[in-house]
Design a binder for this molecule. Structure first.
Ligand code: ADP
Ligand code: MG
Length: 698
């Protein structure tokens, strides 16, 4: 059911409306009245006849007229009874402001579950409990106790923290930042982030969806929906701390390298959601996203009346990886005759300290016509002759005339620019306090626009032997085994097209020698035990064994030394393997939590945890995703070949990631997986999965 009645109700009942100032039941009612809500307001309070000049009802039933929205502020122990009344009266939208539910312990949790059950049975939507309420500026509905209704604008805001929303409102009201709707959903017993995002996506008054989240209820549904919505409306989120619990419990390299927050970063990247590091950054970004056209590219031009700030902006543009626009000869020829001889007519265009508004207007107008410019940043410091107000007016005129390229402002100062800032705000031009914060906003804006231009994601299935892999995993699960050791794990990988070194298992020194002779020297010997997953740590790997004698010695050595280090480990002989050509050791991995399966790519070998040069992405991957993962590691430069060293077969790496992506998508029972090392071959040579392990879970 839609959330429409939370935002555009014709009538609102406030259950627990109070006459006592300072009580939530009073503040909500006062907010509703003060906000100017045009529909009917029904205070409900058995002990009063009138509150804030409105007639008061002893109960919901006594109202005798339809109620679109009920806001509940009575103590938690009475809420179930009121919910039942709502059900009886057909009230379909309820906000429960009251605290004292899940957040207080088992008793509170039981009430919350009952409330949710009543809601589900009767098709009632519930916002809360333990929340600040809802606001809708267009219907002048302030069903909250968070503060005054903000001015109308394009930002739809949701918050998991009521207190944070109060702070945001205060800040927004001081700076006249406009909102369409605000929802504080507290404990999310029914309405959650996904419902609100969907509602905002369909709301014509909302141009940007923003919010603060502590968790996401259903990661996979969220990913699906957010990815689709992000393509039409930007989503800007703050997400607070991921837990370290997931990482702590992990036994794989991938698990220990993926912190609790990594999955959220992956999810946001996949879905085009802009992750905001702070409230200030969020509003900096939202201003640009809400009112400006999407930048067609990332080439930035700067127009300034001061050299210093111009250089600061240029530095920031470079640092953020944006492009400093190169103006065409034609543009510079147009600029030169109308600007003073001392003016800089290349980017940053310096109109000089004595520039009046007309010079700014001409320069901005001219550079925006340049086909090599995608975004303009106008810097202004209030010098003796500067016309901040008129310059702001000129910018608004130009923005309106030149559709399609965003214009952002950084007016520095205070009193002398105040009127100019007001004009910028009314003209929908975002203003930033420093060149750096303006450039940061440009960066995320341009990145988002680039994300939107990407072609739709296509996952191409690869031909594999799914049944063979499935049988091995199932056999482990059936036996209650969590760990799939090297030998079996490699069989799973082989079924998915990976190449592994020729190998076999030997139980005695004689068998080992025989096997080594048939594989061909030199060989590698590794201990084979279901209880040992990091073999080198116990002296369980010997490489480059070049003779029968060396093999026999290594075997006897392992059998006598390993039991001393791990007396309880069950030893099942050794594995004898073909010795692969040394090359760049890569790690490929998988770590799954309830948000989804993440793939990892990075520098492998025994130093992975030390160097931590790894990247993550959510499965399933497209070819582009795989390439991006590889390219965002530092190791990539080595892989491409440095200082006369040849590069490795990049396509084999991409293919390996895609096969792994398909494997974990096919088998949700794979919890963790490490291929370490994956030996990346030179082009034309084979790339080999040298070591592997998989953890499974029902
Ligand atoms: P573990 O990670 O359990 O200690 P590995 O099988 O990864 O054991 O072996 C440790 C190291 O030995 C690898 O990182 C690799 O450098 C080398 N190695 C292992 N197997 C081979 C092989 N078949 N060919 C070449 N080098 C190997
Ligand atoms: Mg290894």
């Amino acid at each position: 059911m839609s959330l429409e009645q939370f935002f555009n109700p014709r009538s609102v009942a406030i259950v627990g409306a109070s006459r006592e100032k300072g009580k939530v039941g009073y503040e909500i009612l006062a907010s509703m009245v003060k906000g100017g809500f045009a529909g009917a307001i029904y205070p409900v309070n058995a002990k009063a006849t009138e509150v804030e000049g409105l007639p008061c009802y002893p109960g919901l039933k006594a109202i005798g007229k339809p109620v679109d929205l009920a806001i509940i502020v009575i103590p938690s122990k009475f809420v179930v009874a009121v919910m039942n009344e709502c059900a009886e009266l057909g009230i379909k939208s309820v906000v429960i402001i009251t605290a004292g539910f899940k957040e207080t312990g088992d008793a509170g949790k039981a009430i919350e579950l009952e409330v949710a059950a009543i809601a589900r049975r009767n098709g009632i939507r519930v916002v809360g409990p333990n929340c600040l309420g809802v606001m809708s500026t267009s219907s002048k509905l302030n069903g909250s106790f968070g503060g005054d209704l903000p001015v109308e604008g394009g930002i739809g805001y949701m918050s998991q923290s009521g207190a944070l929303m109060a702070a945001i409102l205060d800040m927004a009201n001081a700076q006249k930042i406009g909102f369409s709707k605000l929802v504080s959903f507290g404990n999310k017993c029914d309405v959650n982030e996904l419902d609100v995002i969907k509602a905002f996506a369909d709301d014509p008054k909302t141009s940007v969806i923003a919010g603060y989240l502590e968790n996401i209820i259903d990661g996979q549904a969220f990913t699906r929906v957010a990815e689709e919505i992000s393509r039409r409306k930007p989503i800007l989120l703050m997400k607070s701390g991921g837990t370290a619990a997931g990482a702590k419990a992990a036994s794989s390299h991938t698990g220990s390298l993926a912190g609790g927050d990594t999955v959220y970063n992956c999810l946001f990247q996949r879905t085009g959601i802009v992750r905001c590091p702070s409230i200030k950054a969020q509003f900096d970004f939202a201003q640009a996203f809400a009112y400006q056209p999407l930048p067609p590219g990332s080439r930035v031009v700067v127009v300034t009346n001061a050299g210093g700030p111009g250089i600061m902006a240029a530095d920031a543009i470079e640092r953020e990886g944006l492009t400093f626009a190169k103006l065409t000869e034609e543009t510079m020829k147009k600029l030169a005759p109308k600007l003073p001889p001392a003016a800089n007519i290349a980017n940053p265009v310096d109109v000089l300290g004595d520039a009046l508004a007309d010079r700014y207007e001409f320069a901005l107008d001219t550079v925006l016509d340049d086909p090599g410019v995608d975004i303009a940043l106008v810097l202004l410091t209030p010098q003796a002759m500067t016309q901040a107000t008129e310059t702001a007016q000129a910018m608004v005129r130009i923005l309106k005339a030149k559709k399609g390229k965003p214009v952002l402002a950084c007016f520095m100062g205070a009193a002398k620019i105040a009127e100019g800032l007001r004009i910028l705000r009314e003209g929908s031009i975002p203003q930033y306090g420093s060149p750096e914060s303006a450039v940061k906003a440009i960066k995320v804006f341009a990145d988002y626009a680039a994300w939107r231009r990407e072609p739709p994601r296509v996952i191409t299935p690869i031909k594999v032997d799914k049944a063979a892999a499935g049988a091995i995993l199932k056999a482990h699960l059936d036996k209650g085994l969590r760990e799939v050791g090297e030998t079996e794990a490699k069989k799973v990988l082989e079924a998915y097209g990976f190449i592994t070194p020729k190998s076999g298992i030997a139980a005695t020194a004689e068998e080992a020698v025989k096997l080594a002779t048939s594989i061909g020297f030199p060989v590698v010997m590794k201990i084979n035990s279901p209880d040992i997953s990091h073999k080198s740590d116990v002296g369980g790997v010997k490489v480059n064994l070049a003779s029968a004698q060396a093999v026999a010695d290594a075997f006897n050595g392992m059998m006598s030394q390993i039991p001393q280090k791990m007396p309880k480990a069950k030893l099942e002989g050794v594995s004898i393997q073909e010795m692969c050509k040394r090359s760049q050791e890569i790690i490929l991995g998988v770590n799954r939590d309830k948000m989804g399966a993440m793939l990892m790519f990075g520098l492998g070998g025994i130093l992975v945890e030390v160097l931590k040069d790894v990247t993550f992405a959510l499965a399933p991957l497209t070819e582009n995703d795989a390439k991006r993962m590889i390219e965002s590691t530092r190791t990539c430069k080595i892989l491409k070949g440095v200082r006369g060293q040849p590069g490795v077969d990049m396509d084999a790496l991409v293919q390996a990631l895609l096969r792994l992506s398909q494997l974990v998508t096919d088998f949700p029972e794979i919890k963790e997986l490490d291929i370490n090392p994956f030996m990346a071959g030179l082009p034309g040579q084979t790339s080999v999965a040298v070591d592997a392990r998989i953890s499974v879970e029902k």
